[in-house]
Design a protein around this ligand. Structure first.
Ligand code: PPS
Length: 279
């Protein structure tokens, strides 16, 4: 089952109108620079949050560039929204691509990947609300319907389980840092420091505190560069910063749905040392 608003290419669901099979194919020869930084996520895992952090770290490090919003400073690799070869270094990209579609050059260069994951129960709830508000996506009739789409990977970005598994299994081929949304919620400052260390950027304690300040839920909500309110309301009628919590899934998933996620987690990721759910 595949919906109107997605097309499958290279065994992955893309959004119709946001990219093309030809452009995706061209990524095979996309030239990578050692200084490139990629933030890779399954959708609704905290992308815009980590985007704000990575951009702020670079700004405070002295990489001042003019940009009107975070999407412009750190565009999505799979949606060609600018001439990427002309972007100043270090280039910063966001991406929801699975490992098998990532430009092969990323492996050969010293380019860095921050891979951010979020537990699938909160992820599916966030994705459901996003699907209702985003005109580019198929609109579910109910949470129950969306849950079925999600569990079977019949959504934009395909299966969360496959995305996480594939990136995790191939991790040794990349210069990659795994982070979770949950650890960012529980220790934002520690997470910012982890990202700085990984990027090889030394910030003063005061600068780190500034990054943390800029990345709080409330401040991001009011930051016009970070909150994605620049998207036209006919395209997106919701909030990118919706609730920003761990465990909100308990207000939405039934016991049976929660158990189903546990079961699929066990089936698909049970052999890997990853744990996601925080009660
Ligand atoms: S997207 O469309 O894939 O780019 O969405 P993404 O940014 O990955 O995920 C959106 C969810 O991340 C939450 N978010 C935050 N949580 C805590 N603190 C901060 N600063 C923050 N910024 C974004 C956002 O609220 C979405 O989660 P939900 O559960 O829907 O609130």
């Amino acid at each position: 089952q595949i919906h109107d608003r997605v097309f499958k290419h290279k065994n992955y669901n893309f959004v119709v109108g946001l990219t093309t099979p030809e452009y995706i194919d061209s990524l095979e020869s996309f030239e990578i620079k050692d200084s490139d930084v990629f933030l890779v996520t399954y959708p609704k895992s905290g992308t815009v949050w980590a985007q704000q952090i990575i951009i702020s770290i670079h700004e405070l490090h002295g990489n001042q560039t003019k940009y009107s919003n975070n999407m412009e400073r750190m565009p999505w690799l799979e949606y060609k929204t600018a001439e990427y070869t002309l972007l100043p270094s270090p280039r910063l990209f966001a991406s929801h691509l699975p490992e098998h579609i990532m430009p092969p050059g990323v492996k050969e260069k010293k380019a860095k990947i921050v891979y951010l994951m979020r537990n699938p129960k909160d992820n599916v709830v966030s994705f459901y609300h996003f699907s209702k508000a985003m005109a580019d996506l198929d609109t579910p009739e109910s949470f129950d319907q969306f849950f079925e789409w999600y569990i079977t990977g019949n959504v934009f970005a395909s299966s969360w389980f496959d995305h996480v598994r594939e990136w995790y299994l191939k991790r040794d081929q990349y210069n990659i840092l795994f982070l979770t949304y949950e650890e960012m919620i529980l220790d934002l400052k520690g997470s910012v420091k982890k990202i700085c260390n990984f990027l090889g950027i030394n910030l003063t304690e005061a600068a780190i505190c500034q990054v943390v300040e800029k990345a709080t839920f409330q401040n991001m909500k009011n930051d016009s560069k970070a909150n994605y309110q620049h998207l036209p309301p006919e395209q997106f009628s919701g909030k990118f910063l919706r609730k920003g919590q761990i465990g909100d899934w308990k207000n939405t998933l039934t016991v049976a749905q929660s158990e189903r996620v546990d079961q699929v987690l066990q089936e698909k990721l049970g052999d890997l040392p990853l744990s996601f759910i925080r009660e």
